[in-house]
Design a protein. Structure first.
Length: 251
């Protein structure tokens, strides 16, 4: 960030830059870490962070900063977390009970899938994104389940953003990805076969809104030997269909 850009920043811009320094790999940061990752001067970070602590936006146990509880409380009021999550959560729980494997709920955010809910149970999958984390849409079951019912312009935006290989199994050819998407409506679910993490597969199905528009997807994700589309797919499809009806009724 250039000095000119910093000079033109208001208080909210500075707070946003500081919050943007945190991610799934940086949940706690020292002052030096905040300075480095935000690109703001040390004095500015120190002063702004102190104000954010008083507001409850940040917390500082010992010598490290972390996101404050007040932001968690506010985020729970967002429609995507409140309305969608409340409608779908019972069906996520049923799906987890039936499969005994990690289940997730995700929404499309640009070219990424934002994970908005996750149930792991007794078989945690530490290599998966946590709630609030993001995964690429093009190579994830959640993403493909959504993209299969999205406008062509949305799909093209995702493909144009690039298809880097995350594992040797990742489909990086737009034609191959489109072939996966076109198969989803007929079979009722999308599949990620170790394209994000070797040894981990995912089966996902779309969740629709009251106007028939795709709003999210839910998935079962776990060891490839356990998550097989022929066995898991029908359960995921039924759970997503029931979740769609419940979400539509809530509007």
């Amino acid at each position: 960030m250039s000095p000119a850009e910093r000079d033109g920043m208001g208080g909210l811009d500075r707070a946003a830059a500081i919050l943007g320094a945190f991610d799934a790999g940086h949940r706690e940061l020292t002052l030096a870490g905040l300075v480095e990752r935000s690109g703001l001067p040390r004095s500015t970070v120190h002063r702004t962070a102190d104000k954010m602590i008083r507001l409850g936006w940040l917390d500082k146990p010992r010598d490290r900063y972390r996101v404050g509880n007040r932001l968690f409380e506010i985020s729970s009021l967002a429609p995507i977390r409140h309305e969608l999550r409340e409608s779908v959560l019972p069906f996520l729980q049923d799906l987890h009970h039936a499969t005994r494997t990690t289940v997730q709920l995700g929404v499309l955010d640009g070219t990424q899938i934002l994970v908005v809910e996750k149930i792991t149970g007794h078989r945690p999958m530490p290599m998966l994104e946590q709630v609030g984390g993001a995964v690429p849409a093009y190579c994830s079951g959640l993403g493909r389940a959504i993209l299969a019912y999205s406008d062509p312009a949305v799909v093209q935006k995702v493909l144009a953003a690039g298809l880097p290989a995350r594992t040797p199994r990742t489909l990086t050819n737009p034609v191959a990805v489109m072939r996966e998407l076109t198969a989803v409506p007929d079979q009722g679910w999308a599949v990620d076969r170790e394209e994000g993490v070797i040894g981990v597969s995912c089966v996902a199905a779309p969740v629709f809104g009251p106007l028939g528009e795709v709003v999210a997807a839910m998935s079962v994700t776990g060891p490839s030997k356990l998550v097989r589309a022929d066995r898991i797919g029908p359960a995921v499809r039924l759970a997503a269909a029931a979740a769609s009806r419940a979400y539509a009724k809530s509007h």
